[in-house]
Design a protein around this ligand. Structure first.
Ligand SMILES: Nc1ncnc2c1ncn2[C@@H]1O[C@H](COP(=O)(O)OP(=O)(O)O)[C@@H](O)[C@H]1O
Ligand SMILES: N[C@@H](CCC(=O)OP(=O)(O)O)C(=O)O
Length: 384
């Protein structure tokens, strides 16, 4: 597998983006939509021309494109972005076909082929589906195709969906082991406050969480966008935390951004590449319950990266089976996610008990409730 053969160090700066073997580019609806709400073809064609040139130069590019719902609004004669799920699903069904037809035509002008990849949250939640999506994307790239990825909005439900393509793009970057993620939106980078407010300044580089202290971010900036800067920072945190640097800039800046020029905001990689399983656990797994930890246990699993024992658990919520994903909640909030070794029926009788006490109670070989190999730390997430 690629993971075994490619142990590239994370790119150190923007210049590396131009030479990176594989990148993921995500474009938001706001960058593909004209003022009247229809698809902005000149913007789409410009984006395609720039990506096609990188492809021709030998770079592999995965394009994560929003815009299905935006593209479906005018053919259906709707007044704006639908609010109810069924109409949103139908609009995406109409719009996604149109969107991909535009990409097929635009890349075709450059002699290049696209392949549509529609993912559901399930594809990243279930391990078998994850491997399946990974294999399909790898083969598309090996065949020289530009995969055009979106969430499968027509079958996504409110309960189970990514909801924003920023996070999807970060997870796809990890899935394909990209060297960089380029997030294209309608502002030229991250500002220290809403960019419409006079006096706010562009932040050029983010190397640690401290660079974001005091930065004010809000939800979507246009009627058509989804998560605004909040989801972009979440996405940047997922990607950089697993060794993938991020460039955030406007779609108008796509050419200099992919050429590695000094545009937008550069988020340096902060962590090392994680196993697909850990990333899945931290960001995509559907959580079935919660274990409440005392302060000592919360410290043990976060600072000490140790297994969670029954002795440090003070309460259990939810209905789960052994092997399900649960959240580990310390006195100050969620600290980790893990795969639990016991079900919600048997755990309450074990709480607060040491391994010796559990043996006395008849559990001949008490296991850790969550083994350290089955733990993924969770960084505090910003609220939308
Ligand atoms: N601190 C900030 N820096 C830059 N943009 C911000 C900030 N806070 C909020 N935003 C808004 O985020 C918007 C981009 O998000 P969104 O509308 O969801 O776009 P997209 O469709 O590209 O995902 C910008 O138009 C901007 O108004
Ligand atoms: N999957 C949806 C877009 C969701 C989304 O995150 O939109 P955006 O904030 O514009 O990137 C669509 O294609 O309409």
């Amino acid at each position: 597998m690629r993971e075994d053969v490619r142990v590239n160090l994370p790119l150190a700066n923007r210049a590396g983006v131009a030479r990176a073997p594989r990148i993921v580019v995500k474009v938001g609806s706001s960058s593909l939509t004209a003022a009247d709400g229809s698809l902005d073809l000149p913007s789409l064609r410009h984006l395609v021309a720039v990506i096609a040139a990188r492809r021709a130069a030998g770079q592999q590019v995965v394009l994560v494109s929003s815009g299905a719902i935006a593209a479906g609004i005018s053919p259906l004669g709707l007044p704006g972005k639908p609010k109810d799920l069924a109409t949103a699903q139908a609009t995406a069904s109409v719009g996604q076909g149109l969107l991909v037809a535009r990409y097929t035509e635009a890349f075709g002008r450059h002699g290049q082929t696209v392949g549509q990849v529609l993912l559901t949250a399930e594809d990243l939640i279930r391990r078998q589906n994850y491997a399946n999506a990974q294999r399909a994307l790898e083969r598309l790239l090996a065949l020289g195709v530009v995969p055009v990825v979106n969430e499968n909005d027509t079958v996504a439900t409110d309960e189970i969906r990514f909801g924003d393509n920023d996070r999807l793009a970060a997870l796809v970057s990890h899935l394909v082991r990209a060297d960089a993620l380029v997030l294209l939106t309608d502002v030229d980078g991250l500002y220290d406050g809403p960019p419409t407010r006079p006096g706010t300044r562009l932040i050029r580089t983010v190397t640690t969480g401290a660079d974001l202290a005091g930065v004010e971010v809000t939800g979507r900036g246009s009627d058509i966008g989804t998560g605004g800067m909040v989801t972009k920072l979440d996405a940047a945190s997922i990607a950089t935390g697993s060794g993938i640097p991020v460039v955030l800039t406007s779609a108008a800046n796509v050419e200099p951004a992919l050429a590695g020029e000094e545009v937008g905001t550069w988020f340096a990689a902060t962590g090392r590449r994680k196993s697909a399983r850990r990333l899945w656990l931290a960001h995509a797994a559907q959580v079935r319950g919660r274990l409440h930890l005392d302060a000592g246990a919360a410290r043990a699993v976060t600072d000490g990266k140790r297994s969670l024992l029954a002795a440090g658990i003070t309460g259990v919520d939810g209905d789960f089976e052994p092997g399900d994903a649960v959240e580990l909640v310390g006195p100050d909030g969620v600290v980790a996610r893990g795969l639990v070794a016991y079900g919600s029926q048997e755990l309450p009788a074990m709480l607060g008990k040491s391994s010796a006490q559990l043996r006395e109670n008849g559990d001949t070989l008490p296991r850790a409730v969550v083994h350290r190999d089955d733990l993924a730390q969770v960084r505090p997430r910003r609220r939308r």
